[in-house]
Design a protein around this ligand. Structure first.
Ligand code: GDP
Ligand code: IMO
Ligand code: MG
Length: 452
């Protein structure tokens, strides 16, 4: 049996926490797309683990698999494994031989292109994600399996590296160093390849997973990023370069749609919006310089205050940079779009504790564009940018002892918060499986348990 976890908004919805919670019943946790652009938080025994690449289940002794749909930076992979080992854990991580490897030149090119793009820049994580997927589609990528074979690795590098070097030097006019040196890259990646082999880490992903399912094991598919930054279904070009939506779980693992469809597909919803990156955001509150298009420093004090409140309560500041993230009210057309694109069978709504204490909570129920009301996202980002949110107002709920609420169950959630949750449930026509009321694993109200 499988359970698939999908971000329904713009990333950072609290997927890692849900994977951790429901992953207890799983034997294998698989990432099916993205790479070390993710940041999934798991709080275990009061200790916080922030994982950018390896599946969240690795913290709890599950087998973690990086599927063929991932782009894998071996340096990050080994750094994360080593860091977990230093903290006393024994992560068991496998990597699909079909997954593409991120090389140092991908990272360099990601940075160069972002600087070049100006208004079209997505504000990427500069981890080389986009350039690696470009090479995959351009049939010049180098896969994990290629790193195991010296001749193949050398042949691929000799073909691709001179092109990348010319691109960096001649098109973008930058100087290149070791990141574009065939010999240096060959040496480093052969070492990685040898370690992967010695530690028995590589797998034929689809065959491995199907085998585990046939043996009666439970598999959890851990999506990274979110639906609105999906390369096909998101706000192109302000997106990541993979498919976080549930279809990505099939192509990114080698399991068929029927295997994924037999299990639950759980959409993770943050009770408000947060965004790292550029592009429009119809329900945004105030705005952040450098990220909000047409940022207006003179937005109303009231909006600014609300944005700061939500940002502070939710800890919405960049983990590395400390920069404030963009925040906004829940965007329901965005959620309708996500529920359809992935066929959600359940929802986990997180962060309702963050909104506690406000007098009123608003949601963008619909959009208005050219005098027309829309209930879902229009297909182009330009049209989306022209949408005005049509708000609905809910009465706020008090801050309470959320740990006690989690213990008591759904009925203990303050009434106004339940009204808010039930509105989401009925608009999406998808039942609520869990409600996040705090960052800890025990601060979750469990309504339904998958795999049962
Ligand atoms: P992911 O990328 O979707 O896994 O989410 P992140 O880990 O990047 O961001 C979610 C953050 O919110 C983490 O710091 C979590 O510990 C925290 N978090 C998750 N669920 C809740 C919740 O229900 N309430 C609060 N206050 N924090 C939460
Ligand atoms: P998790 O899994 C939030 C955003 C970046 C940028 C765009 C493209 O923690 O939810 P990329 O480096 O992927 O080419 O950047 O996508 N982005 C995320 N935002 N959460 C994430 O992951 C993200 N991964 C990428 O900020 O706007
Ligand atoms: Mg994150």
């Amino acid at each position: 049996m499988t359970v698939t976890i999908v971000g329904s908004q713009l990333g950072d919805e609290g997927k890692g926490g849900v994977v951790d919670l429901y992953g207890d019943a799983a034997d294998v946790v698989v990432r099916y797309q993205g790479g070390d652009n993710a940041g999934h938080t798991v709080v275990h025994d009061g200790e916080k683990y922030k994982l950018s690449l390896i599946p969240s289940g690795a913290v709890r002794g599950k087998v973690g698999v990086l599927g063929n749909g991932c782009v894998v930076n071996p340096e990050t992979l080994f750094d994360e494994i080593d860091a977990l080992r230093e903290r006393g854990l024994e992560p068991d991580v496998r990597v699909a031989e079909r997954a593409h490897a991120i090389f140092p030149y991908h990272r360099v090119l990601d940075g160069i292109e972002e600087d070049e793009k100006e208004d079209l820049a997505a504000g990427t994580t500069k981890r080389g994600i986009g350039p690696t997927y470009e090479d995959k589609a351009g049939r010049r990528g180098i896969r994990i399996g290629d790193m195991l074979d010296p001749d193949t690795l050398r042949e691929r590098l000799e073909y691709v590296v001179p092109q990348k070097k010319a691109l960096a030097e001649e098109v973008f006019g930058t100087e290149t160093g070791e990141a574009f040196d065939v010999e240096a890259l060959y040496e480093t990646y052969r070492e990685y390849g040898t370690r992967l082999e010695e530690e028995g880490m590589t797998v034929d992903c689809g065959t491995y997973l199907q085998g585990r399912i046939d043996d009666g094991d439970n598999v959890m598919l851990e999506g990274a990023q979110g639906t609105s930054i999906d390369i096909d279904h998101g706000i192109y070009p302000y997106v990541t370069s993979s498919n976080p939506t549930a279809g990505g779980a099939c192509v990114g693992t080698g399991l068929g749609p029927s295997a994924i469809g037999q299990g639950d597909v759980i959409g993770i919803v943050k009770a408000y919006l947060s965004r790292v990156g550029t592009g429009p955001l119809p329900t945004e509150l105030a705005g952040v310089e450098g990220q909000t298009p047409g940022y207006d420093p003179d937005s109303s004090d009231e909006e600014e205050e609300l944005a700061t409140y939500i940002r502070d309560e939710g800890g919405e500041y960049g983990t590395v940079t400390g920069r404030p993230r963009r925040v906004g009210w829940l965007d329901v057309p965005m959620l309708r779009h996500a529920a359809r694109a992935s066929g959600f069978t359940g929802l986990a709504v997180n962060h309702i504790d963050v909104l506690a204490g406000l007098d009123e909570v608003e949601v963008g129920h619909a959009y208005e564009r050219n005098g027309e009301e829309l209930l879902t996202m229009p297909p182009t980002t330009e049209k989306w940018g022209e949408c005005e949110a049509v708000f609905r107002t809910f009465e706020g709920w008090p801050d309470v002892d959320w740990a006690a609420v989690a213990k008591e169950g759904y009925a203990a959630i303050p009434e106004n918060a339940r009204t808010y949750l039930e509105y989401i449930e009925s608009e999406l026509d998808v039942p609520i499986y869990a409600v996040g009321v705090g960052p800890g694993r025990e601060e979750t109200v469990i309504v339904e348990t998958p795999y049962e």
